[in-house]
Design a protein around this ligand. Structure first.
Ligand SMILES: [Zn+2]
Length: 177
């Protein structure tokens, strides 16, 4: 699974598990790269289905759904501890805190604490992501301003050299007289 490009995607696209390419008019699975062409009718259990339906089924059947696939990724990618992953899996399976606690060998109050912490992490992640996005925008703004400044400076230099009818400083190093 090559996930390098997953970071360039929007949360909405990652949630779907696939991206739509307007130019190629096809759907691509973000986990394995399999594509489904919109111009083709796919067959499924003696039924004819659209490419969109086909990729949705592909995500469910081949990858067990987006949530499970994301949860199965390495800790380094998800940032979740093993316990946190288990609690989220429990929530996904709609297990009660008591039952989940039994299965995990911890107390129900600990499960509740983990659930509370996960909600807190979600709120913090939103703020963190916004901060980093703003920082990126700010850096881009500075870069484009510098570029504009350099362009203006070059223009002025050229203008002044033309006005005084002397050679541009750049040429003097060749001892042109
Ligand atoms: Zn796939």
């Amino acid at each position: 699974m090559n996930l390098d490009s997953i970071y360039d995607l929007k949360i909405e696209d990652i949630s779907l598990g696939y991206v739509y390419n307007l130019k190629k008019q096809n759907f691509t699975c973000i986990f394995c790269g399999e594509t489904f062409d919109e111009g083709i009718v796919y067959e499924d259990n003696h039924n004819f289905i659209t490419a969109k339906r086909a990729i949705e089924q592909h995500i469910e059947r081949e990858h067990n759904g987006v949530l499970k696939t994301l949860l199965s990724l390495e800790k380094d990618i998800t940032g979740l501890t093993e316990i946190q992953s288990k609690v989220i899996t429990g929530l996904m399976e709609k297990k009660e805190s008591k039952k989940l606690a039994e299965e995990m060998g911890i107390s129900p109050s600990t499960v509740r604490t983990h659930k509370f912490y996960l909600q807190k992490l979600k709120r913090q992640s939103k703020i963190f992501l916004t901060i980093m996005n703003l920082l990126e925008l700010q850096e881009e703004e500075v870069e484009s301003k510098e570029l504009l400044k350099n362009e203006k400076l070059n223009e002025e230099l050229l203008k002044s050299s033309c006005e005084t009818n002397s050679l541009h400083p750049f040429f003097t190093q060749y001892n042109l007289k």
